[in-house]
Design a protein. Structure first.
Length: 411
């Protein structure tokens, strides 16, 4: 008995003052039971069958709820030979059917989610047929090229077409997107050609729209090209312009129907004020007067990319017409223009035949004619000329272009 009491006395100091493992006096609130997440009704569709190389489109549709707001999409492949999904975070995703030794089913799932937290899922299966040429050695197709077409000028409100049909490659697919400028809407961004309406003109901006074309060939290689559209005010004419020179004014009528690229290029330079203060730097009596590229000190101005030659448009280099100057390369015209002082045509009384088949096979592109101020053209053609700084036929006394401006619409 004495031993037991002694042991108890020894153990008592070893017992903690408080019970071990007890919760603190202030208990945290219990977490609420999780609520069930709302379901976003979602369906997914796609073709039942696809052949090798075919572009397959998968589409998700959602039945929105009153508080859905924005709906997000996430596509993923869950079975079959792996493929690269394009636009996997949009309602419509796509992939190119792979080459397979035997038919195979590819399965995909799309997960949808709205702003209110509702989630939906749907699956779709596509059967890809066997490739009869599977495993055979093949010659790799020539690398594709993208051609978004030439830059354009358009009046506000006009229909504008972008043409990528000159792109090259096997089994091409197309996708257009706008890179910058006032937003426009394409009817179908997946076509070789797309159209949109030129947006409103804004006097305080450059009114420049930039677009990019991406082409993808049959084995998935992609290349891009870009093109620009300059929007002009519809309050000003796209045909009648006035050249104000130090010797008087010249009024022109431009032909957009027969020379759309050339006229658009000329109007682009006009709207940018490019010609203001430039020199009529070349004058040859009984032939042409030429300007549009140099300042009075014969410094050459920086120009935009050259344009295609439209000399085969049926317009002829007769007296009073305006045409594009160029180098020996027929597609090298930029900003310089000339006005024919005489009929520079086959059998005419000018010094040269500037039409196609004349001094050059391709000819020089006419894009308008003088309607008023031909006396000013003749006066310029009669000035004394000489050589200066490596240039010949330069007026001894400067003849300058004060400005070139579009006249009011309907004038």
């Amino acid at each position: 008995m004495t031993r037991l009491l002694t042991l108890a006395v020894i153990l008592i100091p070893l017992v903690p003052a408080g019970p071990l493992g007890c919760p603190p006096a202030d208990l945290p609130p219990e977490e609420p039971e999780p609520t069930e997440r709302a379901v976003l009704t979602t369906t997914a569709t796609g073709p039942a069958l696809a052949g090798v190389g075919q572009v397959v489109t998968l589409a998700a549709t959602v039945e929105p709820r009153p508080d859905s707001g924005t709906i997000s999409y996430a596509w993923a492949q869950i079975a079959g030979r792996g493929v690269a999904l394009a636009d996997a975070e949009s309602a419509t995703a796509s992939f190119r059917a792979p080459s397979l030794p035997a038919a195979q089913i590819l399965r995909f799932i799309v997960t949808t989610r709205d702003d209110a937290g509702a989630v939906g899922r749907a699956e779709v299966a596509v059967r890809v047929t066997a490739d009869p040429s599977y495993g055979e050695p093949t010659t790799e197709p020539t690398r594709p090229t993208a051609d978004a077409g030439t830059d354009q000028w358009a009046l506000s409100g006009e229909a504008v077409s972008l043409d990528g049909s000159k792109s090259t490659g096997q089994g091409l697919t197309y996708r257009w997107r706008q890179v910058s400028g006032t937003a426009v809407t394409f009817a179908d961004p997946m076509g070789a050609q797309v159209t949109f309406t030129a947006p409103a003109f804004h006097a305080d901006s450059n009114n420049l729209l930039l677009f990019e074309l991406t082409v993808t060939d049959a084995i998935g290689r992609q290349v891009t090209d870009r093109t620009q559209v300059k929007v002009g005010s519809a309050a000003l004419s796209d045909r009648r312009v006035r050249i104000e020179t130090s010797l008087g004014d010249i009024t022109l009528e431009l032909d957009r129907e027969k020379a759309p690229v050339t006229v658009g290029n000329f109007l682009w330079y006009i709207d940018d004020g490019f010609f203001d203060g430039t020199l009529i730097h070349r004058v040859i009596a009984n032939f042409v007067i030429q300007g549009g590229g140099y300042l009075p000190d014969l410094t050459e101005k920086k120009v935009r990319a050259p344009i295609v030659n439209e000399a085969d448009n049926g317009l002829s280099n007769v007296r009073g017409t305006i045409a594009m100057a160029r180098t020996n390369d027929p597609n090298s015209a930029t900003s310089q223009f000339f006005i024919n002082v005489k009929d520079n045509i086959a059998g005419g009384d000018g010094l040269s035949d500037l039409d196609p088949g004349g001094v050059s096979a391709e000819g020089y592109a006419v894009f308008g004619h003088v309607t008023d101020g031909m006396d000013v053209v003749d006066a310029i053609a009669a000035v004394e000329t000489g050589s200066r700084d490596g240039f010949s036929d330069v007026p001894v006394e400067d003849v300058t272009v004060t400005t070139i401006r579009r006249l009011p619409a309907g004038s």
